[in-house]
Design a protein around this ligand. Structure first.
Ligand code: NAG
Ligand code: NAG
Ligand code: NAG
Ligand code: NAG
Ligand code: ZN
Length: 960
């Protein structure tokens, strides 16, 4: 999957070779549906020869029977499936359920004789066939006796259809297993599911799929493990419609005129990558070197040209990956489709990639450059999977990190190809490396790699889709590609893909191929690829490397954000890594150095006079760096006298490392604050963004205390030159800066200037917003909308708020509605905030799925903080019972409303809250309540230790 909000939930795709998905118009066929239903419910009809089975209830205690294990035995291997599915896009009149019906025949080969068939199946109801069982078994080889089915049942805990036979299936022989079944086309976002949207006042229904990781078994019985690759012959039945280039057969079933769409067989592939969709979407298309590329979306979105950007970029990105992998795109077509309210980010189904709308659709008038970057990178991420993941698939989910980490790394390479002017490759440092450092520095982190036997149940598989797999995976692969060089890295990658094409591998297979490339190229490394990478892959966390420039001693230590936390997980490598160190001295790049063991001496790293040493150039290494105090002093001096001598990414690193080393009490908070002193001369985005990310914590801790005034004065002083720089660059805000990073930093300049009370900035925001209100014509550039809306609403009263609310209610574009919804939380009027809080629990005002994030936006506002906390406390049992199910995220909610907590009084309230609601409970927020208590305790300690120093520092900096 692509990254969602950042983590994308995987969405399964059926690769349909000639058509991405069948398109069918939606016509009410209620009469036929109820007939169909009646038949399924009880009558034995002559055509299906049976009734629908009731799944036997299984309440067995855990035993050692094969059907109680979550992994399939390896004695049956699927060859191909012939699958016909018929989704009904209107509800059954009597039950109100949306359903689909299906028939499947799977051909499999026996590799070891057995009298037991286990095949995955979840939430499907089976028709009892003429033999009295849930399936029929026949032989492909003539003259072979086919054993009879003794018993058949559904084992719901482990999700199997189980068939016990009266004799053995013979080794080397092939059999056909036929089933007929019904499933619910629910709106549960898994398996074959339904998605709904309104178009011209009419409700429309889409039948679509999300198989990854373990929901193909909800659509049809299958050997649902990634290594059980097979070919899929898929036929969909739907209402009649003209479809280009695929075989369509008009048929009449139960007096109903429908149409069969028969797709070309797929390549040999994993079940989790299947996708099939029935919708009445529109598309645009082109052809690149014989590959047919289409972008599908709701008709009005296609008519408005919102698919154009994606269509423009897909061809070039596909071509880039063909070159990078030295392997031509394995399918004749590439379809991409934007689904309304898709919960994940995107899913790399082979040949039919599914996206949420904001991840694929671009609108010049409404989309910011950051919306656009997200589209380019997610497309690149999913296309990268077409080879790495789809053509060659990891054998089991424990290696998920390699699949997702790899795509999360090369998505930046693909996006760079699509938008060469953006310098987007640098942004992996902010978007992945720094982001995951925060998680991986906790005692509760975990290693990238898991043991195969530790990952069994679907829930254990789902848990693997986290920041560690995506962002740490991306970070260590980028480091690997860097120390091998891209040439050697791609050489190994190419032979790996060609050896395992249409098959499966484990992560050490990639190391083996990279080692072959290293040997062929004569690259010098301190150890094998396998041994170097094991230190990064098999133990959690990362090191802080300390360089003492007085002695040349280089040492490493496991970096923990809370130095008092205790790591219980043992590490096979004793928390030592084999660390590649690229570094420079006073601006001159030196030869790379490898650190092995706790510490070593490198005389070249001694510095004299004003010389400084800077390590981890461009932050290609997955570690933080600390220095002796003198070297820190010389680096700070370098920043304030000639900051361009230090690469821009490393300027962002110095700020981020210093603030985090200070949180971990390795250096002083004053030293961290000193890294921000040069910012009045800084014009680049990355260092500013890094500083703002770190200062956020200071805002949370101090925006209700006497530190706030001096802190605001200091930051206003620092940002004013940047604000003026953009005023000039944009000719008094009349133009958009050319550079992508400049556009981002313009947003930072305006946000921070307005936040720190720069009057000119606040007036600007108010004036633009008023123009919009007066003329009803929004001239505010999409890049600036979030921050301008927020600041204008913060600086004004009810009229502005009401105007923004009505714009929110009328917005037809998801990205615009989101920008307004967050800005509405910026008002300083307590009564408006309280009323807005009330709206969050009224689904007519705020959609259920947006309730948590809206409350958290309000809590981010210093005025809204206590209101939101009171609101959540007072309504807890109502919120918990009304919003208990579904996507309501209690842990985001609790973390969000308590993240400013830093006093004894708040700690007591929090403990009281926990006690008062012990009976109601906290559901998915249970861990978050304890984490909040722990965090609040840590904050109290941090403030006690740092407040006076910080206050003095801000005062000194603003008095001079
Ligand atoms: C599946 O369909 C294909 C194409 O029609 C056919 O060649 C094959 O024999 C069928 N296999 C089974 C198991 O029915
Ligand atoms: C499957 O059977 C169960 C139990 O009889 C029933 O509740 C459910 O609605 C059925 N599902 C479908 C899609 O028919
Ligand atoms: C698909 O592309 C062809 C060739 O460029 C064009 O004639 C056709 O109109 C396109 N179809 C759609 C729906 O965009
Ligand atoms: C897509 O490409 C066409 C042709 O180069 C160009 O005219 C159009 O502006 C592009 N659209 C977008 C949204 O980038
Ligand atoms: Zn992915």
């Amino acid at each position: 999957m692509g990254k969602g909000f950042y983590i994308s939930k995987p969405v399964g795709i059926v690769s349909i070779i000639l058509c991405a998905g069948a398109l069918a118009t939606i016509i009410a066929l209620s009469v036929v549906y109820s007939e169909e239903k009646a038949k399924n419910n009880n009558q034995v009809s002559p055509t299906d020869g049976g009734t629908t089975s009731k799944p036997p209830v299984t309440t067995l205690a855990p035993s050692n029977e094969p059907w109680d294990k979550y992994r399939l035995p390896k004695n049956l291997v699927p060859d191909h499936y012939n699958l016909t599915l018929w989704p009904r896009l209107t509800p059954d009149l009597t039950t109100g359920l949306y359903i689909f019906t299906g028939e499947s025949t799977v051909e499999f080969e026996t590799t070891e004789e057995t009298d037991l068939i286990l095949i995955h199946s979840s939430k499907l109801n089976y028709t009892i066939l003429e033999n009295g069982h849930l399936a029929r078994l026949t032989s492909v080889n003539s003259g072979v006796r086919v054993p009879l089915i003794k018993v058949s049942w559904l084992q719901s805990v482990t999700q199997y259809l189980v068939l016990q036979l009266d004799g053995k299936l013979m080794t080397g022989h092939r059999y056909h297993l036929y089933t007929k079944f019904t499933g619910e086309l629910a709106d549960d976002l898994g398996g074959f599911y339904r998605s709904e949207y309104m178009e011209d006042g009419v409700k429309k229904v889409v039948a679509t799929t999300q198989m990854q990781p373990t929901d193909a078994r909800k659509a049809f019985p299958c050997f649902d493990e990634p290594a059980m690759k097979a070919i899929f012959y898929i036929t969909l039945i739907h209402d009649p419609i003209e479809i280009m280039k695929i075989k369509n057969i008009p048929v009449t079933i139960d007096n109903q005129h429908v149409q069969k769409t028969v797709f070309e067989p797929t390549e040999k592939m994993s079940t989790y990558l299947l996708a099939f969709i029935v919708s009445d979407f529109d598309f645009i298309n082109n052809t690149i070197d014989g590959v047919w590329i289409r972008i599908f979306a709701r008709k009005p979105a296609i008519a408005a040209g919102q698919g154009e950007y994606a269509l423009n970029k897909t061809g070039p990105i596909l071509k880039f990956f063909e070159k990078y992998y030295n392997s031509s795109y394995p399918l004749p077509k590439s379809d991409q489709i934007a689904l309304p309210d898709f919960n994940a980010g995107a899913m790399e189904n082979w040949g039919l990639i599914t996206y949420r709308e904001t991840a694929l659709l671009y609108d010049k008038e409404f989309s910011s450059n950051s919306n656009k970057q997200r589209i380019a990178t997610i497309i690149a991420h999913e296309l990268a999977h077409m080879w790495f993941g789809n053509l060659v698939t990891l054998r089991w989910w424990n290696d998920l990190w390699l699949n997702e980490g790899f795509a999360s790394y090369v998505e930046y390479l693909g996006a760079h190809e699509a938008e060469p002017d953006w310098n987007v490759k640098d942004l992996i440092v902010l978007g992945d490396v720094h982001r995951v450092f925060a998680v991986d520095a906790l005692a509760s982190s975990h290693p990238l790699s898991s043991k195969e036997e530790d990952i069994q149940k679907p829930a254990q598989i789902s848990e693997l889709f986290d920041a560690i797999s995506y962002s740490k995976g991306a970070s260590v692969l980028r480091m690997l590609s860097d120390f091998l060089t891209e040439e050697v890295f791609t050489m190994g990658l190419r032979t790996y893909l060609s050896e395992f094409a249409f098959g499966n591998a484990v992560y050490t297979d990639l190391w083996k191929h990279l080692q072959m490339a290293v040997d062929a190229n004569g690259t010098e490394l301190p150890d094998t690829v396998h041994n170097i990478m094991n230190t990064w892959v098999l133990q959690m966390g990362f090191p802080v490397v300390t360089i003492d420039t007085k002695t040349g001693v280089v040492s490493q230590k496991h970096f923990l954000l809370d130095p008092d936390s205790e790591v219980t997980a043992p590490s096979p490598f004793n928390y030592e890594w084999i660390v590649p160190i690229k570094w420079m001295k006073t601006g001159a790049v030196q030869s790379p150095y490898w650190l092995r063991g706790k510490s070593a001496t490198n005389d070249a790293m001694k510095a004299l006079g004003t010389e400084w040493v800077l390590a981890n150039l461009n932050v290609v290494g997955y570690y933080r760096v600390n220095y002796d105090e003198e070297n820190w002093g010389r680096l700070l001096n370098g920043l304030s006298t000639n900051h361009q001598l230090i690469p821009v990414i490393n300027r962002a690193q110095l700020v981020d490392d210093a603030f985090n080393l200070a949180r971990a009490k390795i250096i002083s908070t004053v030293l961290a604050l000193n890294t921000t002193k040069y910012l009045d001369k800084e014009r680049e985005y990355m260092p500013w963004e890094s500083a703002l990310n770190n200062l956020d914590f200071f805002y949370l801790m101090f925006d209700r205390s006497e530190v706030y005034g001096p802190m605001q004065d200091y930051l206003r002083k620092q940002v004013t030159p940047l604000f003026n720089y953009y005023k000039t660059l944009t000719e008094n805000w009349s133009k958009v800066p050319d550079g992508h990073m400049d556009q981002y930093n313009q947003v930072n300049a305006i946000s921070l200037a307005c936040r720190t009370g720069l009057e000119e900035c606040q007036n600007l925001a108010k004036t633009w917003f008023k123009q919009w209100m007066d003329t009803n014509n929004n001239q505010i550039h999409p890049n600036l909308r979030s921050t301008v809306y927020c600041n204008a609403i913060a600086a004004s009263g009810a009229n502005e708020w009401e105007f923004a609310w009505s714009q929110f209610k009328n917005a037809t574009i998801a990205t615009e509605a989101d920008k307004l919804r967050s800005a509405l939380a910026c008002t300083k009027q307590p009564w408006l905030l309280n009323r807005y809080l009330e709206y969050t629990l009224d689904p007519k005002m705020i959609r259920k799925q947006d309730a948590t994030s809206t409350i958290v936006y309000i809590a981010n506002n210093v005025i809204g903080q206590s209101l939101a906390w009171d609101f959540v406390r007072a309504r807890w049992s109502y919120i918990f019972t009304q919003y208990g199910g579904g996507s309501f995220s209690f842990s985001n909610l609790i973390n969000g409303v308590t993240k400013r907590f830093s006093t004894e009084f708040e700690l007591q309230q929090l403990k009281q809250f926990k006690e008062d609601n012990a009976e109601v409970g906290f559901g998915s927020g249970t861990l978050a309540v304890d984490q909040s208590i722990e965090r609040t305790t840590a904050n109290i300690k941090w403030i006690a230790e740092n407040k006076q120093n910080v206050l003095n520092w801000f005062r000194d900096e603003t008095n001079t």
